[in-house]
Design a protein around this ligand. Structure first.
Ligand code: NAP
Ligand code: GFB
Length: 322
């Protein structure tokens, strides 16, 4: 953070700065405490980024030299199944407004956020960075996936036409404090954490949706935050980089549900509701590029990260997004 004595030589604007990933970056950036950096975390209350005029005014106000672009319409499987059109339209508008204003305001570097769900559904595994545009994404989230893919197209176009350093990262499923724990539109881990909380409180069974067999690589928001800051400082390619735990750390939905049960020491009944969709079976990603560039990075073990997230949810139950 910049103190009042020294003039920061970098102003880093974080769009989506109040969400799961933004709050984790805020925490890690504060620990890093670099005096030549001023961090500005914004939400839709500061500017509705679907509006070109509000986006432009935000850039005029803060004059960022760097942008971490997180703002998006975000949701879990069941929200994506219902709102593919909204995911497409809202995210396309936000991304175009942010990237074009970064260009117009001479931003030196933008790091945007994609997701491993944007890769082709019919593919070989593990998926790597070269495969983004190789075929249609899973049908459940085609609106979100194509909107995110277009960030990569747009980054390449700004680079080829104007020489801009606009890049992107591709995280797997994220979880941690400040997540969206809403059961209708949130992701699986916050959903499981919320459902076990309720089952324990009400002495009712805990129900996992789907068969529990799909596989996922989960990344803790605080690990993702460390990697985002490393990308901002050290990674200078327009092509994206996958930010993921290794293939060996992929777990099934049932396994992660069992870990949540253990974190709560929940002793009640557990059911699978197989009438609910499983979504994409897997999207196993390779972290070989990350490991080659940042070999010493250590991921938090998933059980420890889940325990910390459960503790945060219980401690912040009244105010958590749910
Ligand atoms: P989140 O917790 O839902 O936060 C979304 C953020 O975007 C909030 O700060 C929100 O502000 C802001 N936002 C939404 N619509 C906006 C608008 N029209 N104008 C301005 N700001 C707006 O999401 P997240 O999980 O942190 O996701 C961050 C990024 O990571 C996204 O780009 C997402 O696609 C990507 N990602 C997430 C996951 C995951 O599992 N969560 C996985 C891979 C990639 P308000 O609070 O004011 O609405
Ligand atoms: O995190 P999630 O919603 O999304 O996980 P995806 C869905 C998987 O978890 C499915 C099972 O297999 C569900 O059947 N599941 C079990 C649950 N219980 C629950 C629950 O309580 N809530 C939820 N949500 N699922 C999303 C994409 O895919 O991944 C988005 O749709 C986004 O676009 C995100 O990119 C990272 O991993 O399937």
């Amino acid at each position: 953070m910049a103190d009042s004595q020294s003039k920061p030589c970098r102003t880093i604007l974080v769009t989506g700065g109040t969400g799961l990933v933004g709050m984790a970056i805020k925490e890690i950036a504060e620990i890093g405490n670099q005096t030549n950096e001023k961090w500005v975390f914004v939400s839709s209350k500061d500017a509705d980024l679907t509006s070109e005029a509000e986006t432009c005014a935000l850039f005029e106000k803060h004059k960022p030299t760097h942008v971490i672009h997180l703002a998006a319409m975000v949701g879990g499987l069941f929200s994506n199944l219902k709102y593919n059109l909204d995911f497409w339209r809202i995210n396309i508008k936000i991304n175009d407004n942010v990237l074009h204003n970064a260009y117009k305001h001479n931003v030196r570097k933008v790091v945007s956020c994609l997701s491993t769900c944007i890769f082709p559904d019919k593919t070989t595994y593990p998926i790597d960075e070269s495969m983004i545009h190789n075929g249609p994404p899973h049908d459940s989230n085609f609106g979100y996936a194509y909107a995110k893919r277009m960030i990569d197209v747009q980054n390449k176009a700004y680079h080829s036409q104007h020489g801009c350093m606009f890049t992107s990262v591709i995280p797997t499923n994220v979880f941690g404090p400040h997540d969206n724990f809403n059961l209708e539109n949130g992701h699986v881990i916050p959903g499981l954490i919320h459902k076990v909380y309720r089952a324990k409180e009400d002495d009712t069974p805990f129900t996992i949706w789907g068969t529990g067999s799909p596989l996922r690589q989960f990344i803790y928001s605080k690990d993702l935050a460390r990697l985002f800051i490393w990308v901002l400082h050290e990674y200078d390619e327009v092509n994206p980089i996958i930010l993921s735990v290794g293939e060996e750390d992929e777990v099934s939905i049932k396994e992660v549900a069992d870990m949540v049960v253990d974190a709560y020491e929940f002793k009640g009944n557990v059911f699978l509701d197989t009438s609910k969709s499983d979504g994409q079976f897997k999207k196993t990603a390779s972290n070989a590029k990350l490991k080659s560039l940042f070999p010493d990075f250590k991921f938090t073990p998933i059980k420890q990260a889940l325990k910390e997230t459960v503790t945060w949810f219980v401690d912040n139950y009244e105010t958590a997004r749910k």
